[in-house]
Write a protein that binds this ligand. Structure first.
Ligand SMILES: Cc1cc2nc3c(=O)[nH]c(=O)nc-3n(C[C@H](O)[C@H](O)[C@H](O)COP(=O)(O)OP(=O)(O)OC[C@H]3O[C@@H](n4cnc5c(N)ncnc54)[C@H](O)[C@@H]3O)c2cc1C
Length: 441
């Protein structure tokens, strides 16, 4: 395995005196190609004379995560929500497709690995935007027996698995019990991702599968949401929580509140409820119960020392610099801003990315402040809910068909490029006219 050290960049010419002074550009290394990192790239000026910007990420595309549930449902194609990093950073930055595996905080150097080669990069400033990973809370069998939805590989695996279960349920040699189990979809976590996955499975069954497959498929499908709390969509307005619960209840989507999962065994999830132990058999179990800090974040924390006192992420000050290591900036899901309680959302990550682009290019290191633009959720069957940032006495949220249209329009126009904007619009239209992609590949 070869190992090279990339030193800081080449000297630049000092124009006013007409002389060459060996000053060096400062190097900003950005870890990640997600919401925080790409928003930073978009807001970074092209050809900045003072900064060499370098992106390092094992994923050479930006992923529009809010539409991952629609990819699972076969509404949106995979490539419609993926934009190559190089299209976005072109003319502004270098990109290395590799994973950061170590950070030498004292010497300001990172180690990167692409699976074959290892190399090191020096930095003046390190921007850590590596996101988060799914939390299993150490619950027995979650990792082995359930499916996740954090990235495109997860979405592809889940879509294929769901379609495979449906096809298998149509085989003639199955007992009724086996068929019911295959068609049981359990989603653990009633946050927006869990709710949207349930909504997309509901649409898939009702709009595409029911009239193309034998009636016993439709009749035996069950969708169950399991959550330890007393409400769904906890971070949304109470009226939206009630609206969504009523809607799901009317569609016979079961919601098991106050149900704390104790184990996930092959084909069965066990949980404890106020009335005692209970369980649901499944063909598909989607684990969408929360997130936790990325392993690289834990590593950086350990290198900085005890001042990093939260195991939920890297603690940063109001200018997003890591406490105990001001040359490290941390944004997005990986960051815990001291004294604030920002949600782990694309909205927060994007605003932080844009803030960092400004502060690193001459702007003052002022305090980051988050502006909440509202949130949305798709509820299935052409219904959606838009949680307004400003509540009016007569209008707390937009629901129903209008809510679904606002959601669809917003998710289309908010794409990172014209190509994906166009592709998403076409996918929504194609699904409306010709149905979903239901093949398992
Ligand atoms: C299914 C789903 C739906 C969502 N819907 C919404 C929504 O509707 N609205 C909303 O606001 N938020 C939504 N979110 C949350 C949002 O996606 C995250 O908050 C956001 O992605 C966080 O941005 P980030 O830059 O911190 O991390 P990410 O966007 O996750 O990016 C992390 C990047 O780091 C890279 N990386 C990982 N390890 C390394 C390493 N060792 N070295 C270098 N790079 C590394 C990854 O490849 C990736 O490019 C959703 C999330 C999911 C999973």
């Amino acid at each position: 395995m070869s190992r090279t050290v990339a030193k800081s960049s080449t000297p630049v010419t000092c124009i006013p005196e007409g002389c060459t002074i060996p000053i060096q550009k400062k190097r900003v290394v950005v870890l990640g190609s997600g919401w925080g990192a790409i928003s930073m790239a978009k807001n970074f000026p092209a050809n900045d004379e003072n900064t060499e910007l370098v992106f390092v990420s094992p994923r050479n595309y930006m992923l529009y995560t809010p539409l991952l549930p629609s990819v699972v449902g076969g509404v949106i194609s995979e490539t419609s929500v993926m934009e190559p990093v190089r299209n976005i950073i072109h003319g502004k930055a270098l990109y290395y497709e590799a994973r950061a595996t170590d950070v030498n905080v004292a010497e300001k150097r990172i180690t990167c690995d692409d699976g074959d080669k290892t190399f090191e990069l020096e930095y003046d400033t390190l921007v850590c935007s590596v996101g988060s990973v799914s939390a299993t809370f150490g619950i027995q069998g979650v990792f082995e027996n359930s499916m996740f939805l954090k990235n495109m590989e997860d979405a592809r695996r889940l879509r294929n698995h769901i379609n495979k279960c449906i096809e298998r349920a149509a085989l003639p040699c199955l007992s009724q019990e086996e068929r019911k189990k295959l068609l049981s979809f359990v989603i653990v976590g009633c946050g927006p991702t869990g709710v949207e996955v349930a909504a997309e499975i509901y649409d898939l069954i009702n709009e595409d599968v029911s009239d193309k497959l034998p009636a016993e498929i439709r009749d035996n499908v069950t969708i169950t949401l399991v959550d330890g709390s007393k409400a769904m969509l906890n971070s949304y307005d109470i009226d939206i929580q009630r609206y969504a619960a009523k809607l799901f209840h009317g569609r016979d989507i079961k919601i098991r509140f106050q149900s704390i999962v104790k184990s996930v065994k092959p084909g069965v999830v066990n949980f404890v409820t106020p009335d005692g132990m209970d369980s649901v058999e499944f063909g598909t179990c989607v684990w969408s119960a929360g997130i936790t800090a990325h392993p690289l974040v834990h590593l950086i924390r350990s290198k900085i020392g005890d001042v990093q006192d939260s195991n939920r992420g890297l603690v940063v000050d109001e200018s997003l610099r890591a406490v105990g290591a001001p040359d490290i900036v941390c944004i997005g899901d990986a960051a815990i801003v001291k004294g604030k309680n920002y949600p782990p959302t694309a909205q927060v990550a994007a605003q932080q990315g844009s803030f960092v682009a400004k502060t690193l290019t001459g702007g003052k290191d002022t305090e980051f402040s988050y502006f909440h633009k509202g949130s949305m959720v798709y509820l299935g069957d052409n219904d959606g809910a838009v949680d307004l940032p400003i509540k009016l006495p007569f209008l707390r949220f937009i629901g129903g068909l209008l809510g679904a249209h606002v959601w669809k329009t917003y998710e289309t126009i908010s794409q990172f490029s014209s190509r994906t904007r166009f592709a998403v619009a076409v996918d929504f239209l194609t699904t409306k006219i010709a149905g979903r992609n239901t093949f398992d590949s």
